[in-house]
Design a protein around this ligand. Structure first.
Ligand code: GLN
Length: 485
């Protein structure tokens, strides 16, 4: 049976109605990985170990790819870093535990930027991943392996993490749905920490409904995660029959359409706005005046927290141990950390340890957290007027490989549309908007997706708007060429 072109939901239904078996589905995706992963290089580790079968379970042993940042018991978990290249965790992350309890079958570990920093998957110490829509292009990152493998149907869904953009952005240029909930729905337990006040483990799927299926399994209180809310959020199934956006007020922030947005992307977003109006949404311009401070704020808060989180990788508590001879314990640490981390990790550790140091903490980190509060207040005000906000996800289509590798500032600036929502802990999703023409003769299209945001804890409304829009466009059925059976 051919499972390509089927959503996760459809695959689960086929297993449950005995039209197929979960083993057949698992083997099908393994065969596709063998056939096509040479081209896109998304998997760091392929898990050939299919375990048992129980088709009454929620996920019915549906196979899912896992970003190499989530600890899975006895499965190598490297964060795509030399620092952890031999690490095999003896424990599961809570999200893995929740998915395993619903009977997820892990297809393996997929590539990412080292420790989830950077934005293109080019910082991976393991391999380079290519975008299925143009294999001379990046899949963005850091969840680039997750986005590329779902786009090329090498998994029906994948787990990723989003700290500033790392699910929404790669999903958008690889043409899949990228979802992150409110920060408070998370358990980050044993997902390797990048920036603890921002990290959101979540999903990349073919459809909005698939995101909601996984959301229901993954969200809920974790006693090991003291920022996770009590209880579990269940989505009302009525939303899936909504056909239009009547009564929905959608805000378009004018600050997101200023300098820096490519014209091609601007045109696509304008088409998406028109589509929303056709679906009877009331679309109005809003203002988020603190947007201009978001990148500066994020690039103080995030690397400062990152430098603290990465301090545990010293070759003693965790991580790579250098073979070099040493006289003092300090030189042993320096040797192991210098060999284990790539340039960007070193850059962030050095610069941002400084912003936390005595005398500078108040001037930088504390100030940034105060500005962060103002950014949150901007959104609170906006959500008193509108139900949702739409915006671009990325200022451009996917870059060519190595195009911007030497330009970290350009890289940081491209996070402009996703970072404000991360700082404000909001739920967000990137969904199909249209396709831009590529200048490459052999490929015709490059995906351009929109981001939809709702207020904190309003995931149900987010899914409803995204689903209505997705069904009206039908773009999720368009696939990259070259991965047919
Ligand atoms: N590009 C951002 C960074 O480098 C976001 C990464 C992320 O969301 N993990 O920090």
């Amino acid at each position: 049976m051919n499972f390509k072109d089927l959503s996760l939901e459809e695959i689960i239904l086929k297993i449950k109605s005995w039209e197929t078996t979960n083993k057949e589905v698992f083997d099908y995706f393994q065969t596709r990985i063998e056939k096509y992963d040479d081209t896109i290089q998304s998997y760091n580790y392929i898990n050939t170990d299919w375990l048992k079968s129980d088709n009454d379970s929620i996920l019915a042993w549906a196979p899912i790819a896992v970003k190499d940042i989530f600890c899975e018991k006895w499965i190598p978990t490297t964060c795509s870093s030399n620092m952890l290249k031999d690490f095999v965790p003896p424990y599961d992350a809570t999200v893995i535990k929740n998915l395993n309890e619903a009977w997820m079958s892990s297809l393996g570990k997929v590539n990412m930027d080292e420790f989830a920093m950077w934005s293109t998957t080019e910082s991976s110490a393991t391999k380079k991943t290519f975008n299925p829509w143009g294999t001379n292009r990046i899949p963005w990152g850091s969840s680039g392996g997750s986005a590329a493998c779902v786009a090329a149907w090498l998994a029906p869904a994948a787990l990723g993490t989003d700290t500033g953009w790392s699910i929404r952005q790669p999903a958008s240029v690889c043409g899949v749905v990228g979802f992150k909930p409110s920060y408070w729905r998370n358990s980050r337990f044993w997902a390797m920490a990048m920036a603890s006040s921002l990290d959101c483990p979540w999903t990349l799927t073919k459809t909005v409904k698939d995101s909601a299926i996984l959301y229901e399994v993954m969200n809920g209180h974790d006693e090991k995660e003291n920022t996770s809310l009590p209880g579990k959020d269940i989505i009302d199934s009525k939303i899936w029959s909504s056909k239009d956006l009547k009564w929905m007020k959608i805000g378009v922030p004018k600050e997101y359409f200023e300098e820096g947005l490519d014209d091609g992307v601007r045109q696509v977003i304008n088409k998406a706005i028109e589509k929303m109006k056709d679906l009877w949404a009331e679309v109005k311009e809003i203002s988020l005046p603190m947007t201009k401070y978001a990148i500066a704020t994020y690039y103080i808060v995030m690397p400062a927290e990152l430098s603290t989180n990465l301090s545990r990788y010293d070759g003693i508590r965790y991580g790579h141990v250098s073979d070099k001879a040493y006289e003092w314990i300090e030189s042993a640490l320096i040797n192991s950390r210098s060999e284990g981390f790539w340039d960007e990790a070193k850059r962030r550790i050095m610069l941002w340890s400084y912003v936390l140091s005595a005398g500078y903490y108040d001037a930088y980190y504390k100030k940034a957290t105060q500005v962060r509060t103002l950014i949150m207040e901007d959104f609170d005000k906006a959500f008193s007027e509108v139900d949702a906000i739409i915006s671009p996800v990325s200022p451009s289509v996917a870059w060519k490989i190595w195009e911007k590798i030497d330009d970290p500032v350009k890289m940081y600036l491209s996070d402009a549309y996703t970072i404000p929502a991360s700082l404000a802990w909001l739920p967000g999703i990137s969904v199909p908007a249209w396709f831009a023409e590529s200048e490459d003769a052999e490929k015709e299209k490059l995906p351009v997706w929109i981001q939809i945001l709702t207020a904190n804890l309003q995931e149900e409304k987010l899914f409803e708007i995204a689903h209505v829009y997705e069904q009206a466009t039908g773009f999720w059925k368009i696939n990259p060429k070259g991965f047919e059976d």
